[in-house]
Design a binder for this molecule. Structure first.
Ligand code: DAH
Length: 340
């Protein structure tokens, strides 16, 4: 008896399910009413009484093994047949959901391309910056309010101050320290300020810094470069005007307005009925800044400018609430698909 059980056990162990028909064949061969295991139960009658119990247990175990093999084979078949339906080559392909570029990336790229056309390279610097690059080398006096906790996110205070950069002007310093004129570069990047978040202010935003250093660079060069930029971005009819201003790192300094593209300078609520929109700050690099970065201010001069990417995006896309740019709301982002 034991030999017969062992024999069937061997057959079970070596059974391979090759095709789906094998499942039914297996069931009939081992578990059917005329199958091998049923046959063993029939033989049990002739087994001496003292061996009946142990033989019965062996046959039960064999039956369980056959049943679980059958179950496993059935399960396998359903998963592989569902795989098959995916392989139906006549089925339409699943829809591929295309993303869109972020509006700020679209604007950044557009601006970077404008300056690339006139020979500016792209440079980047760290967002975690030391006092020297963010403030001191840029001629910020020690008592300047930007050095206050209220405006700057400090990481380490004290002699070796480390903070999140408050502007991309810090990259100017890094570029000047690492190269010799002529320098023509723009530096796009994220900046941080300790502001309460509202529609008009955010604790982080994006800027693009420009720097041009060479012999005999003049304010006229600055003006012409900015006019070119404004007309490329806002259309060939765009005009600019410069208003005197103050920045520690430029002298003279100016703020630049572009003619309101929304109302054609006729006056609207976006330009507050002035016909002009403020877009950036600029000026001639202060000789102190050149010297701090190791550039001979007697030989070289240059201009710098800095603009907010959100500000330009606001004007181009008419999205006035700054919070929209960082909330990842798909209803907002999907609207920029056509600009891909
Ligand atoms: N860094 C200034 C800011 O964050 C912007 C700026 C103004 C940059 C004048 C410049 C500049 O390079 O010349 O407000």
């Amino acid at each position: 008896m034991n030999e017969q059980i062992q024999n069937i056990e061997n057959q079970l162990s070596s059974y391979e399910f090759k095709a789906s028909e094998d499942i039914e064949k297996f069931r009939i061969q081992f578990l059917g009413s005329k199958g091998l295991i049923k046959g063993l139960y029939a033989l049990l009658r002739d087994v001496p009484n003292d061996k009946k119990k142990s033989s019965g247990q062996l046959i039960n175990a064999l039956k369980q093994k056959a049943e679980s093999m059958l179950d496993a084979a059935k399960k396998n078949q359903t998963t592989s047949s569902s795989k098959k339906t995916h392989e139906d080559l006549t089925k339409p392909a699943p829809e591929v959901k295309l993303g869109s570029h972020h509006p700020l990336s679209i604007i950044r790229r557009e601006i970077v391309d404008v300056f690339r056309k006139i020979g500016f390279s792209i440079s980047e610097g760290p967002e975690i910056e030391d006092d020297w690059h963010n403030f001191s080398a840029l001629n910020f006096p020690p008592e300047h309010p930007a050095r206050d906790m209220q405006d700057t996110f400090f990481i380490e205070k004290g002699a070796n101050e480390i903070a999140l950069r408050t502007h991309t002007s810090s990259v100017q310093v890094r570029v000047m320290e690492g190269s010799t004129p002529p320098i023509r570069t723009i530096s796009p990047g994220r900046v941080y300020r300790n502001e309460a978040i509202s529609a008009r202010a955010h604790c982080f935003f994006h800027q693009i810094e420009g720097l041009y250093i060479d012999e005999d660079v003049s304010f006229a060069d600055l003006k012409q470069t900015l006019l070119f930029f404004a007309q490329e971005v806002f259309g060939s009819k765009a005009k600019i005007r410069l208003r005197p201003s103050y920045f520690p790192f430029t002298e003279p300094s100016a703020e630049v307005d572009v003619s309101c593209t929304i109302c054609n300078s006729k006056g609207c609520n976006v330009c507050k009925y002035t016909g002009w929109l403020e877009i950036l700050g600029c000026g001639m690099v202060d000789p102190n800044v050149l010297e701090a970065s190791g550039i001979d201010s007697k030989k070289y001069s240059g201009f710098a400018f800095g603009m907010g990417v959100e500000r330009i995006a606001q004007l181009k896309f008419k999205v006035n609430d700054l919070r929209m740019y960082s909330e990842n709301d798909l209803r907002f982002l999907n609207q920029f698909k056509s600009t891909l």
